[in-house]
Write a protein of this length. Structure first.
Length: 169
């Protein structure tokens, strides 16, 4: 251009200085990072949504033989091992209730079981039996009370009643 028009100064873009190029590079870089983050975050959020979807697992109660468990309880009663008798009886009532209501009672205390059963379809007589059951069992389990034959027989009868509850369903 200089050779055609000697009197004109060469055209230079004055508004693009080195600092302007740095600012433009930062803006373009920021836009690239934002676009990358949006697409990366979208992929990540899809994965996390799939991972966070909790599939409800159905509670499957442990299979057991009531007669076998009852036989074990009677043997413990004859040997007068009251603490073990109380623990096994408590575990058996939990298994029976788990079979009926498909709810885990594994770590529930007697009081918690009674509170849960208040909201279930259970007769008043059965609620009273359950309360009486834990009134007989808990002192032996927790207070080192020596068990008695009459109490053990009552406990076994209550277990039989609750087992018929399962059979009738």
């Amino acid at each position: 251009m200089n050779d055609i028009h000697d009197n004109l100064a060469p055209i230079s873009l004055i508004f693009f200085t080195v600092f302007d190029w740095i600012i433009i590079a930062v803006i373009v870089g920021s836009i690239a990072v934002i676009v990358w983050y949006i697409f990366w975050h979208k992929k990540e959020s899809n994965i996390s949504e799939e991972d966070t979807i909790v599939k409800e697992k159905k509670f499957v109660p442990e299979q057991f033989s009531f007669n076998k468990e009852l036989k074990t309880l009677k043997e413990l009663q004859q040997e007068q091992q009251w603490k073990i008798f109380a623990l096994k009886a408590s575990a058996l009532i939990k298994k029976i209730l788990e079979q009926k209501y498909k709810t885990s009672f594994e770590f529930a205390t007697g009081k918690e079981i009674q509170e849960i059963m208040e909201h279930k379809d259970i007769s008043k007589k059965q609620k009273e039996e359950l309360s009486h059951f834990f009134a007989l069992i808990d002192p032996v389990k927790f207070a080192k009370v020596v068990g008695r034959e009459e109490n053990a027989q009552e406990i076994i009868e209550i277990l039989k009643d609750f087992n018929t509850l399962i059979i009738n369903d």
